[in-house]
Write a protein that binds this ligand. Structure first.
Ligand code: ZN
Length: 357
């Protein structure tokens, strides 16, 4: 049995820290409004994506005990049971996994955020998520939900600019540079003091019970004033707003998809962050092109349906550069493909169209 650190020995909880990644470069002519909508959506997965997770067993120092792995599996189920359209599948081979989980007890708990998992963690031996303390406690259960929240694209709620939190900077630096976190100043700034730009958050109101919110002892927050005297301790588990947000970005997918046929133009009428899905059943094997038209930023992903699962086939993400997404791919007769279009930005509703030829 592994001897893992307990989270609550002296009442000071260790907290999650997300790895720093560079901000995506947007073209210089991108307006502020357009940029803000791109930032809201850019780390989210296209809905219905199958996210494969695996537990890394090598090296032995990151191998988790069975009860710890089960705690993570249960947390994935809990998110899925909300009815979200994402699919979580455990695999044994790290090369097939977007989410690779380790249990290095000396490395704290952390995860990449959403699509950063595939953009910045490209080596299959590399962890994309780590757990640094016991997950079988109540606090550990929330930790597992929190890290999976990052993996599906949610950022820290206490950095929501709408939270309006004013920090006692000296107290924050002193507290988090001490055990059990012992973070360098840069990490404290990145994970706590830095406000996530209004343009990166989704503009929702502050939810201090979010699973994505840290708990803070009294004295670290100067405003709202009540936290000068009282600790801020989010309620355990997913909050009502967590559930609403998860279902807003990843609604359940039960409807029959419209078919996209060659040379038929489909009007795109969706709001920023929303998604349209189409099924393609080619009559001939040949190269096809699918493209959006109009002043819209979209990410477009093509899947092939195989044994009931949608396998990534091709993708195009032109957000922040030119306006239109375009995929050219060879499709095979009598196979089934699913094209998913997620809108970042449109100048006017109903301005865009999608076509296959
Ligand atoms: Zn976190």
């Amino acid at each position: 049995m592994q001897n893992h650190p307990s989270a609550q020995e002296d009442g000071r909880q260790p907290l999650c820290r997300v790895p720093e990644v560079p901000a995506r470069a947007l073209a210089s002519d991108v307006s502020e409004h357009r940029a803000s909508l791109i930032r809201v959506t850019e780390k989210k997965w296209v809905n219905s994506t199958v996210l494969h997770f695996c537990f890394l067993d090598e090296p032995a120092t990151i191998r988790g005990a069975d009860d710890q792995k089960d705690a993570v599996r249960n947390a994935f189920s809990e998110w899925k049971q909300l009815g979200i359209g994402l699919v979580f599948t455990e695999v044994a081979d790290p090369r097939e996994a977007e989410i690779r989980i380790g249990f290095d007890w000396n490395d704290g708990s952390w995860s990449y955020v959403g699509r950063d998992n595939i953009d910045y963690a490209t080596d299959p031996r590399e962890r994309t998520m780590n757990f640094g303390w016991d997950l079988t406690t109540n606090y550990g259960h929330d930790t597992a939900l929190h890290e999976i929240g990052h993996a599906i694209g949610f950022s820290h709620e206490h950095q929501n600019p709408k939270a309006g939190i004013q920090w006692n900077e000296q107290a924050v630096l002193a507290y988090f540079s001490g055990p059990p976190n012992s973070w360098p100043e840069e990490q404290i700034r990145h994970n706590i003091l830095r406000k996530i730009q209004a343009s990166e958050s989704d503009g929702s109101d502050w939810d201090k019970n979010s699973i994505m919110h840290y708990q803070f002892p009294s004295g670290l927050i100067t405003k709202p004033e009540e936290y000068q005297e009282n600790p801020l301790i989010p309620d355990p588990g997913l909050s009502a707003a967590d559930i609403t947000e998860a279902l807003r970005f990843y609604p359940s997918l039960t409807q029959v998809l419209p078919e996209l046929r060659p040379w038929e133009s489909h009007r795109i009428r969706i709001a920023a962050g929303q998604q349209l899905d189409f099924v393609i059943r080619p009559k001939f094997s040949r190269e096809y092109t699918m493209q959006t038209f109009g002043n819209m930023d979209t990410v477009m992903v093509l899947f092939e349906e195989m044994n009931g699962e949608n396998i990534f086939y091709a993708g195009d993400d032109d957000s922040g550069t030119s306006y239109n997404a375009r995929i050219t791919a060879r499709l095979v007769r009598d196979r089934t493909y699913v094209l998913r279009v997620r809108l970042y930005f449109a100048q006017r509703a109903g301005e865009g169209a999608l076509m296959l030829w």
